[in-house]
Design a protein around this ligand. Sequence first.
Ligand SMILES: CC(C)(COP(=O)(O)OP(=O)(O)OC[C@H]1O[C@@H](n2cnc3c(N)ncnc32)[C@H](O)[C@@H]1OP(=O)(O)O)[C@@H](O)C(=O)NCCC(=O)NCCS
Length: 192
Amino acid sequence: MAFLQALRNFFVPSATRRIMVVEPAAATEYHVAALTPKHLNEVLYLNFRCFEDGENYTKHTFSYLLSQPNALCFQIATAANEMAGFLCVLVGQEGIAHITTIGVAPEHRRRGLAERMLGELDRSLTERGITSIVLEVRVGNTAAQSLYRACGFMVTQQISEYYNDGEDGYLMVKALSGQMAPGDISRHCEAA
Ligand SMILES: CC(C)(COP(=O)(O)OP(=O)(O)OC[C@H]1O[C@@H](n2cnc3c(N)ncnc32)[C@H](O)[C@@H]1OP(=O)(O)O)[C@@H](O)C(=O)NCCC(=O)NCCS
């Protein structure tokens, strides 16, 4: 029986698996740290857990991101140094930072970890003289949109069928230190 159950679970569609109840992690301290190539396997595994819809990055993509000189990658880790979240950004030649991926482990969510990583990102980019951040988010991903709005991002454009499954995306932008208006940033992105 156990074997049959295991086999059935193996073929359960991801949409069914997603309604599994998540047991919140025990309370712990967290710290933000660099995400480097030595964390490749750990971040890859966490990314699979965060993006259950299959739209997650491959090992090759993370390997590329973690080795790019124009990339900024952070993790947020527990006191026991277990990775609880990650964030990767690419800075383009035009000086605009592009959030390529962000995720927090389900059992560590709603503890302000994504907000903390985005705050650290703001500080790092401002130090480097970067004035604006852009990202794309699924129109159906209301959790992430709430996060971005809470962190000062605004929707400037809806991008038709941006994702592989045909879902539209929103382009969201944020001006750091108020030096560039959101309209200017999205016009710049369209031109790029
Ligand atoms: C989106 C995600 C990164 C948020 O991480 P998190 O650490 O739970 O977010 P935070 O605790 O920092 O949330 C900060 C604020 O964002 C908003 N927010 C975050 N998650 C939310 C949710 N599920 N529903 C509504 N608002 C939410 C709230 O305003 C929250 O503040 P509050 O908890 O005081 O109300 C996380 O849910 C995740 O990894 N999702 C799967 C991957 C993903 O969708 N990434 C984004 C791709 S564009």
